[in-house]
Ligand binder design. Structure first.
Ligand code: PHE
Length: 466
């Protein structure tokens, strides 16, 4: 354990931070919209199976690598073997790419939180009944406004990370995550008590095997898998980095179970916050990525006087969720730089490192924001808009490759005894060793290879799974 970087004050604090990393736009936006486009129940079923057989064991492996090495990702992988250093580099670059678009999208959430507040006060800066598709386009094609919100979001991220592991990240997560949970409950209660909400519940939970008539289920499986590992923050440095700050007395196995469980509960709750209301207002569940900013805003507009309040609460909670994820992304970068400084015998100053990286982040997120989802006139990158290109490199390639190789390394190279040594510190036991090793050796690599293909298929429209 590298004490100069800090350590979690308590296991609860660690859990709130790790669940905070996992719960983000992926849960509150990606999960409902992908579920909406992929047949509802079948998607949920595949998601749950993959979370148990693939997500859980990769989480276990990453936490173990983190705690056993006590280092940031580059030093962590290099200390296992020099041959694995490139994996550390990938896990270091990946969060930078994700942060660039995550802060831009976090800025969108901030904008919508404020706009709903504006509606509440009847102010000119509200949505004011403008057609929600038009409102959304007007916002994101305004590069200056989108950049301002993205920069505000980035600055808040920097301020929290700058304050350190227990004094910044943990302190914020311990308040933010329970608050997020309560806000989500309030929005769900409103949604499921609207007349007609039952349609949304049926859509999510009534067994529906339609996708199994034909080959469509393979694509649903791959989409659910892609969603699952992004949602759990796997395959890049976050979980390894957070694991490095965990005390040896804590039980990694139990923590590795709680994080995916909590993440999945929140994803399902996000579905409950969205679909009953969408059905009650007679809107389309398969609205795609527009679900969060177009369909849901229309739902709030249609709710009458209470709409702006629930709109405000929903976008506020998405904003908080995005923030606890972005701080985990930034911490990966900061911890690597601290390692580097210390290797050179320098005293690492977390504040300076955070501010300097924050400036780089602002430049990147402004680029994404002024590209306006491809409509801002910046050159296309391999035919993609900037956000999609950054997403392709990170979520599409580096994350699945990272998770695939990590499961192979633990399953076949480091092995059960290496895992046991770290998991069974200070009297802890490893109860599901056989199951976990079997999954790490066989199921996770095959699952991740399929997910990787699914991601490439999705980005390049290769038609492999259709
Ligand atoms: N898990 C986060 C989400 O669901 C995204 C994320 C990915 C955060 C990777 C950190 C690392 O939105």
């Amino acid at each position: 354990m590298n004490s100069s970087k800090g350590e979690w004050g308590s296991n609860f604090g660690f859990l709130m931070a790790a669940v905070g990393s996992a719960v983000g736009l992926g849960n509150l936006w990606g999960f409902p919209y992908k579920m909406g486009m992929n047949g509802g129940f079948a998607f949920l079923l595949f998601y749950l199976i993959l979370a148990v057989l693939v997500g859980y064991v990769i989480m276990l492996g990453e936490l173990t690598i983190g705690r056993s090495t006590g280092k940031g990702v580059i030093a962590a992988y290099s200390s296992l073997s020099k041959k694995y250093a490139f994996l550390g580099w990938m896990a270091f670059l990946c969060p930078i790419l994700i942060l660039a678009f995550y802060c831009s999208l976090g800025g969108y959430c901030l904008k919508y939180t404020i706009a709903n507040l504006g509606d509440f006060f009847g102010a000119s800066w509200g949505v004011n009944g403008v057609d929600t598709a038009e409102y959304f386009v007007n916002f994101y094609t305004n590069g200056l406004e989108a950049s301002i919100f993205a920069v505000i979001f980035s600055i808040i991220t920097v301020i929290i990370v700058m304050r350190g592991v227990s004094g910044g990240i943990e302190k914020f997560s311990k308040v933010a995550m329970p608050a997020l949970f309560v806000l989500l409950l309030v929005v769900i209660v409103r949604g499921v008590t609207l007349p007609g909400a039952i349609g949304g519940l049926k859509f999510m939970f009534a067994p529906n095997w339609e996708v199994f008539n034909g080959s469509g289920w393979v694509s649903v499986l791959a989409t659910a898998g892609g969603q699952m590992f992004f949602s759990l923050s796997l395959g890049m440095g976050c979980i390894i980095t957070y694991g490095a700050y965990l005390s040896k007395k804590e039980n990694i196995e139990v923590n590795a179970l709680i994080i995916p469980f909590a993440d999945t509960v929140v994803a399902i709750m996000a579905g409950l916050a969205v679909f009953p209301a969408v059905f009650a207002m007679g809107m389309e569940p398969a609205g795609g990525p527009g679900l969060l900013f177009i369909t849901l805003q229309a739902v709030f507009d249609a709710m009458g006087a209470a709409g702006p309040i629930f709109g405000f609460l929903l976008y506020l909670l998405v904003f908080i969720a995005a923030l606890t994820s972005s701080i985990s992304l930034m911490e990966v970068v900061v911890s690597v730089i601290i390692d580097r400084k210390e290797e050179k015998g320098c005293v690492a100053n977390r504040k300076n490192i955070s501010v300097i990286f924050g400036l780089i982040l602002c430049v990147l997120t402004i680029l994404i924001s002024v590209d306006s989802l491809g409509e801002g006139g910046l050159p296309k990158l391999l035919g993609f808009c900037w956000l999609d290109f950054f997403d392709l490199l990170s979520e599409g390639i580096m994350m699945p490759v990272g998770a695939l190789l990590m499961s192979l390394i633990i399953g076949w190279k480091l092995g059960e005894n290496w895992m046991r040594e770290e998991l069974c510190q200070e009297g802890n036991q490893w109860k599901m060793a056989k199951f976990s090793m079997f999954c790490l050796k066989f199921i996770a690599p095959v699952g991740m290879a399929m997910i990787l293909l699914g991601q490439l298929d999705g980005f390049f429209k290769l038609g492999i799974f259709s």
